[in-house]
Design a protein around this ligand. Sequence first.
Ligand code: NAD
Length: 497
Amino acid sequence: MSVDVGAVSADVYVGGKILPAARDVVRKPARTSEVVGQVALGTAAHVDAAVAEAVGAAPSWAGMRASDRADSLEAAAAVLTPRIDRLAELLTREQGKTLWEARADVAGAVSVLRHYAGLSRALDTDDVFRADERGAVWRGRRPIGVAGVIVPWNSPAYLGFLAIGPALAGGNTVVVKPSELAPLALSEMASAVADCLPSGVLSVVPGAGEPGAALAAHPTVRKILFTGSTETGRSIMKAAAGTLKNLSLELGGNDPALVLESATISDDLVTELMLGTFAISGQVCFSVKRIYVHRSHWAALVGKFCDAVDRLVVGNGLDPSVSMGPLNNRRQYERVRGLLADAESRGGELRALGRKADEASWSEGYFLLPHVVTGLPDSAPLIAEEQFGPAVPIIAFDRDDEAVAAANGTEFGLAASVWSDDDAHALAVARRLHCGTVFRNVHRAGASDMTMPFGGFKQSGIGRMHGLAALEACTESQIVANYKDVTHLPRPPWAGD
Ligand code: NAD
């Protein structure tokens, strides 16, 4: 199995045609001198063209029966299925994550499409909201219009389809904007899906910030589904205010894990905590980003956790012996290194753990060993900010109140976890955490399954994705009030009997 590098490009794909565009190269994070493919640098003009196609396709797509749309999405999923292994390899090359992680990303995207095909069939039937002698009131869900989907680079296939799936299934036409830093697998998948749908229903405009900003400000786009940083989320909200767009924002996080006094520091606990922290080199929106541990467990937790992290093997994600790939891009690599240097300058104790799979090629990519850091003040950026990389601080606490206050003390509120053997204790602490999801004794991708509404409190986002919540976020509620008798309504005297 191998990818034909020369042929791989993420194009502007509108109405079944590739549009001309300036291009940049996509480099392999595991060896930055190697080019994986090319990415079109989409512009505002490309967005205009894609939106014009989407507007043209909207009436017939929105007017179809939801179950016919669902059949098309099932057919698209069937087209993607035999490509999963090849796309996963491509994703590892462009994104850096291990092949196992890349396969979960791509296969997850295909299952998301099937999930929404199944869920959306119910949209064909309106609910009876109320029915009595005065008549019936029905409630249905209707498409919003043209939707823009803006995708980050960490899990591009899965996160892209988490938004494309409900948007299409809900009867909207869609323009998707992959990140320029990992555009190849998602662009191929989205273009293949577009070919299974009527022309103009789905278009792809890869590129840097420009096409994303153009979608957010576009007067005809009615809905934006954005997954990315809080900073970009804020600028999208501003741009979208001009036409009061419907927004779903899945933003950054600084997830705390709270290891309570009622926990047992078992091998299972530290393995789960390690997986939740270092999957995709920590580049997951809801990675464990801070570990708070009750002082009675400090020595045991730090010791066992470091032993578990030390078993990680860092290298090229295509190497099956590797358990952690490189960071995706130079900016992120420099950022995490900067946070570690800052932590050291503040007196933090840094432990660089794990093993290099291949010492000789280490400096050719954005490789970083997993780091565990102790002895930092709460104000240190590694604790207070989102690191989005393989470096985690561990902080001791004495009382639950202290841990809860620290956990809640950031602008973020995406997810958190409580680690405890005691149901009542775990639940009592969970209820005090200001975030959209609290896990118990686990904190990693997959634990928030497709049926569980996912999203953030505070500046981690607006709205909820997954399952029915996302289908509702991609449709408008409509009431049809079909009264047979209006005598119960207030009537002014001058209107007569
Ligand atoms: P980013 O905000 O830099 O970029 C995300 C996307 O927005 C990219 O496609 C980018 O090209 C585009 N973009 C850039 N400037 C834009 C603008 N002005 N207007 C519109 N679009 C613009 O984020 P990233 O670095 O790709 O991803 C990492 C961040 O995403 C982290 O903060 C992470 O926590 C967050 N994230 C959140 C979730 C979630 O579900 N909450 C999931 C994954 C990642």
